[in-house]
Design a binder for this molecule. Sequence first.
Ligand SMILES: Nc1nc2c(ncn2[C@@H]2O[C@H](COP(=O)(O)OP(=O)(O)OP(=O)(O)O)[C@@H](O)[C@H]2O)c(=O)[nH]1
Ligand SMILES: [Mg+2]
Length: 465
Amino acid sequence: MTNRFNEENQGFYGDCRPIAACATALAETALSLIRVSGVKSIELLAPCFSRPAALLNAAGNTIVHGWILDDGKQIDEVLISVYRAPKSYTGEDGMDISCHGGLAAGRAVLQTLQKHDFRQALPGEFSFRAFMNGKIDLTRAEAVMEIVSAKSDTGRGRAVTRLSGALEQEIRQINALLLNSLAEIELLLDYSELDGVSAEDEALPGRKHIEEALARLRVLERTYQAEKLYRDGALVVIAGKPNAGKSSLFNLLLREERAIISEIPGTTRDWIEGWISIEGIPVRLADTAGLRESVDIVEKLGIERSFGLLEKADLILLTLDGSQGAPVLDEADIFTKHWHTKPVLIIWNKSDIATPPENMGHFCALSAKTGDGLNSLYTKITGLLTAKTGAPAERAALGSARQKELIDTALSSLENALAAHDSGLSADLIAPNLHEAFNSLGEITGDVSNADILETMFSRFCVGK
Ligand SMILES: Nc1nc2c(ncn2[C@@H]2O[C@H](COP(=O)(O)OP(=O)(O)OP(=O)(O)O)[C@@H](O)[C@H]2O)c(=O)[nH]1
Ligand SMILES: [Mg+2]
């Protein structure tokens, strides 16, 4: 990999001075980690360390024990992991300082470093340096952030696949195909000039490479929706008439007595929510006010808010009170408003006291009280949420909207190239389409980049990453 820093390009962070940041939350934890990186950062830290010689002579990937000192005063007892360029996350000399946790210790160490000319790192600055020093490409940088924000184990696992370079490799292999076909076109154009043969007379050289690239890009493109589902999750809203057992179902799924349950219809007013994981899918689950015509002002407001939330839902769990018998669900019913626009799962609740009708086809029988029918509910929810996205891919897959947009651009450039060839255009007129696709894919890995792209990307990172 190449070093992307140069004389003019110091990056949009302004300078390449040694930086420091607290990489862990400032909270009552056992330890805090202060991360440091930069050319001559070890030399800069040595004067405020109790064993300067040990630190200065420490080999890369070793740990030194001592005290952080401020004007000779002991600030905290620490362990410093020393990294020597280029063998570090950023590719620069760097240190991870493990100090005591809590609000005060990490802050005091950081303040001491700042007195000794370390600059506070900005969001994403460590990863930016890693990218600029050729340690990671952009897909891996994005994967680092994905892991930090993963909401489920499946989401984390998918991000780890990208961190290990599966997507980067696939993109590079596809780009190698495009490069081959571009090289073959160049060759044809050179020869046609020499021989006086027109480029139109020839079949498009490297067409099979373009077709393979297109096929592989289509496979990648199809992975995005499932990755997005397992990364961002889905909004699942429990709705139904008062007293149907919505809050009981909410508590059952959350495994927590969160919502108030009572036999009085109209108990839930403001909707409440919580995150759960269903077969690896992060689900933002919401319990809402029972839907009915009401004259009570507060209840009415609650019902309006419930409808507002239903508009945003990815899946509605329409809960019926089985003990009230099978309802007539016709077009005029207030629940049917969303039936044609989004998936609705109808739950026959209270199956412990009311047996569902024989021909219950599309109902899902459940007792929110005993938990009977819960496994089948999980399976049905997963089936409905993944109906359009499919299961997550085994290996290379897209992890961000940025990547998806660039794949779409590359796809249409290649489709245009083949269509142009089919309509008889010569190879020299088709080559620019291939260059466009090549550059879009290069933007995914960061081989093609500019300050704006990088700033948008890295500024979304957290401090210390
Ligand atoms: N037997 C039985 N009773 C249930 C079941 N689920 C809920 N209930 C009872 O039904 C009543 C209403 O339950 P809630 O969970 O508060 O119902 P809700 O749909 O949230 O009601 P609102 O908030 O008023 O709209 C309570 O007395 C629950 O104990 C069930 O599966 N079986
Ligand atoms: Mg309720």
